[in-house]
Design a binder for this molecule. Sequence first.
Ligand code: ADP
Ligand code: ASP
Ligand code: MG
Length: 406
Amino acid sequence: MSLIVAKFGGSSVASIEKIKTIAHRVREMRMRGHDVVVVVSAMGDTTDDLIQLAGATGDDLNSREMDMLLATGEQQTAALLAMTLNNMGCSAISLTGWQAGIKSDSSHNKAKINGIENCRIKKEIEAGNIVVIAGFQGISPEGDITTLGRGGSDTTAVALAASLQADRCMIFTDVDGVYTADPRMVPEARKLTKISYEEMLELAVLGAVVMQPRAVEVALAYQIDVEVRCSFNKNPGTIITKEANMEKQVIVSGVAHDVNCARFAIFDVPDQPGIAKTLFKSLAGAGINVDMVIQAAMRNGRNDIAFTIGRDDLKKAIEVIGKLVIEIGASGMTYGDDVAKVSIVGAGMQTNPGVAADMFEALADENINIHMISTSEIKVSCLIDKDCIETAVRALHRKFELDKAE
Ligand code: ADP
Ligand code: ASP
Ligand code: MG
């Protein structure tokens, strides 16, 4: 018998009606003779609602307690889906992350999976059960519940597929697959039949929330094909796999955008060794990830340093940098969350000069100002004003003729 790991995201389980719909889908898999492990997210906006509830308790949100709270969202769905399946005559059992043996490190709110002790899952499969596992959670070496970061149920599913050596790993969501851009922003975006791990990873890191980046990393590490498809129809989806056919032939395979960005600049920083170290070590020490960095050309022995961070980290960064500005002898700082990042991704880019210039041209034609640029072998990103993001994504999609992608 073949084993399927199927993950259903928040919008696919947002109501009891939707849970019933996906229960039918799971039952069909079972009736075709497959063993099935299901991973579920919290219903609809439950995770956001829980974060809001926690915020109402005060300013200091202990990360261990946040994990205790947030993990309950996925547990609700797991129990409800198992009950629905049992009511349909399909034998099912729900498990929390720790019952499923998902061992993580101790970094609350962004824990990494260290390994999966899958004997309980195997025992339940052998007993004839559909095993419904609460996604997004694990257990630390100290025995505390952890969560895996926003979108973490994708990672739970791919890690389980690796651990159980599943025959298929399917990520069911509210769109038909991975598109050349967010289909909610670009109606003419095209669904990709296949995409390589590397390109999917870049798209995900750069804001395409359809897959959590760490899930793609696990898929790449264990060479697992992942199918992204829609919970509500039978259309073929997108396969994330080793060698995708657009590689090297198509220069740009997708446009991604991220509005969860914030900008920060520090003025007149003394041009001395060790200053960048002090700044960025302090940010790292506060758990703040820095994305783009620009150091402007020196004048009179002083530089301006600008960088971007996640919007959620802005408050913390203001505290950290606010203290350092005087200490390092800078003249001041500025910041804001009025920016967004737009990126083009494609494996063919590294062998085709002029792609970045084409990107800048497309933005210039729309009169969009570029604040920062960063590049790698397979992507170019530009920081722009947030209110231009939709125009920018559409313009780039047109410029690189992505509506004609296969
Ligand atoms: P789930 O609740 O199933 O985990 P998510 O909201 O996390 O779903 O991810 C699905 C969403 O990802 C889609 O509704 C879509 O708006 C967004 N998205 C962003 N970029 C892309 C892309 N390139 N292809 C497909 N979907 C994308
Ligand atoms: N419920 C969590 C979130 O909203 C995890 C997930 O959906 O994958 O981020
Ligand atoms: Mg998701």
